[in-house]
Design a protein around this ligand. Structure first.
Ligand code: CA
Length: 377
C-alpha cells in the first residue's frame, strides 16, 4: 500500500469509528431517558411512602451514653429523625434494657428488634469468618478496612454471609488502632510472656495463646479487680480514652503498643425484612447517617485517644513497644491460626483471602507513602 492510500484508508477507519461512537452515544441517550422515566415513577411512590411514619427498634451492646460508641449511636438516631422530618422514629435500647448485650444479633435475626449496633467479632461462635470482618492481627488499618468494604468486595462478602441469618449489615464505626494492653510487669522478651494470664478475646487471643499466654475472657466489670488482685497479669481493652476510664493504669503500669486490633469495625445491622420494607428515600437517609456515624466514631476515637494519651503521660504511665522477638513469633502464630481456621471453614478461608489480597494491594501504596511519612513526621 502506498503511503497516500494508507492515509486515506486510516482516515476512513477513523471516521467510521467516530460514527459508531456517535450511534453509541445516541443509543445511550435514549436508554438514559427511559431510566429517567422509571426514576420519576419511582419518585412518586417514594413520596407516598415518605409520609408513612416508620418506627424501628435498635438495641446496642453498649451501656446508655457509653463514650464514643454509645453516644455515637445516639447521634445517629437523632440525625435520622431530623433528616426524615420525624418520619423515621428509632427507639434506642442500650445494653440490657431490652436485649442482653450479646443477644442483639439473634434478636434482630428473629425480628424481635429491627436493628442492632455491636461488633462482628462477638458472633464468631456462629461463623468464625465473622471475626475477620472486624479486622485481623497485623491486618488492615481503619482506612484500609473501610476501603476494602466499599471498593474491595468486603461489603458483598459480609452481606452474603449475614444473609442466612436474615441480617443486612452496615459499617457503624471503627475503634481505630487499639493499644496492646496493660501489663503488671515489663515484657522484655518472649520468655516474659510464657504462662501469663491475659484478658484478650478474639483472633488476638488465639495468637497470644501460640506465644504461651493463657487468654482469658472476663466481663468488662470484672477486669479491673482481676488485674488488681493478680488473678490476671495483663489485659487489653481498646485505646487510651476507654482504657483510662477503666483505671487500668493504677494497677498495671506498663502500657504496650498494639498489633492485634489495628482497626476494629463496629456494625449497624438490620433485620433484612425491616430494611426491605423501608422506602428508597428512608433507606438512603439511614445509609447516609450510618456512613456519617462510621466516619465520626473513628474521628472521635482519634481525638479522644490523643487527649487521654496526654493525661496518661502526666500520670507517669510507662509506654513500651512490643519486643521484636514477640512480634516475630506473633506473626508466625497468626499464620498457624489462619491455616487451622481455613482448614475448618470455607467461609473463613474466602474472607481471609479477600482481606489478605486487598491488604497486599493496599500496602503497595501505603508502604511507600503513609508508612514512610509517619516515620519522618
Ligand atoms: Ca480490644
Amino acid at each position: 500500500m502506498k503511503r497516500r492510500d494508507f492515509l486515506k484508508t486510516s482516515s476512513t477507519i477513523a471516521a467510521g469509528s467516530l460514527l459508531v461512537g456517535c450511534n453509541e452515544s445516541n443509543r445511550q441517550a435514549i436508554d438514559y431517558s427511559k431510566v429517567k422515566e422509571k426514576k420519576l415513577a419511582k419518585q412518586k411512590s417514594i413520596n407516598i411512602n415518605k409520609n408513612k411514619k416508620v418506627k424501628l427498634k435498635l438495641a446496642t451492646s453498649w451501656p446508655a451514653h457509653f463514650p464514643i460508641m454509645g453516644t455515637g449511636v445516639e447521634e445517629f438516631v437523632e440525625s435520622v429523625n431530623r433528616a426524615s422530618a420525624g418520619s423515621i422514629e428509632i427507639k434506642l435500647y442500650p445494653k440490657n434494657t431490652l436485649i442482653p448485650a450479646l443477644a442483639v444479633f439473634d434478636a434482630a435475626s428473629s425480628g424481635e428488634i429491627d436493628i442492632f449496633h455491636s461488633g462482628p467479632y462477638y458472633w464468631k461462635g456462629k461463623n468464625t469468618a465473622f471475626s475477620l470482618f472486624s479486622g485481623m492481627p497485623f491486618g488492615m488499618t481503619a482506612t484500609e478496612i473501610n476501603a476494602w468494604m466499599h471498593y474491595g468486595g468486603g461489603y458483598e462478602l459480609w452481606r452474603e454471609m449475614y444473609a442466612p441469618y436474615n441480617l443486612y449489615p452496615f459499617l457503624g464505626g471503627n475503634t481505630n488502632i487499639q493499644m496492646g494492653g496493660w501489663f503488671r510487669k515489663e515484657i522484655n522478651s518472649l520468655d516474659d510472656l510464657k504462662g501469663l494470664k491475659m484478658r484478650v478475646p478474639g483472633l488476638g487471643g488465639e495468637v497470644f495463646s501460640t506465644l504461651g499466654v493463657n487468654p482469658i475472657l472476663l466481663p468488662a466489670g470484672e477486669i479491673y479487680t482481676a488485674l488488681e488482685r493478680g488473678v490476671i497479669d495483663a489485659t487489653e481493652w481498646v485505646g487510651p480514652a476507654l482504657d483510662m476510664m477503666m483505671g487500668f493504669y493504677k494497677v498495671a503500669p506498663y502500657y504496650y503498643s498494639g498489633w492485634h486490633e489495628p482497626g476494629s469495625i463496629l456494625e449497624l445491622s438490620f433485620n433484612h425484612q425491616s430494611w426491605k420494607k423501608l422506602s428508597i428515600e428512608h433507606q438512603e437517609i439511614i445509609h447516609l447517617a450510618a456512613e456519617t456515624m462510621n466516619s465520626k466514631m473513628l474521628y472521635k476515637f482519634q481525638a479522644e485517644n490523643a487527649f487521654a494519651m496526654q493525661k496518661l503521660q502526666d500520670l507517669n504511665v510507662q509506654f513500651r513497644s512490643v519486643p521484636d522477638d514477640v512480634i516475630k513469633s506473633a506473626k508466625q502464630g497468626l499464620q498457624k491460626v489462619i491455616i487451622e481456621q481455613s482448614a475448618k471453614s470455607k467461609d473463613f478461608k474466602s474472607v481471609y483471602n479477600s482481606a489478605e489480597n486487598f491488604l497486599k494491594s493496599s500496602s503497595s501504596f501505603t508502604d511507600v507513602s503513609l508508612k514512610r511519612y509517619l516515620n519522618i513526621r
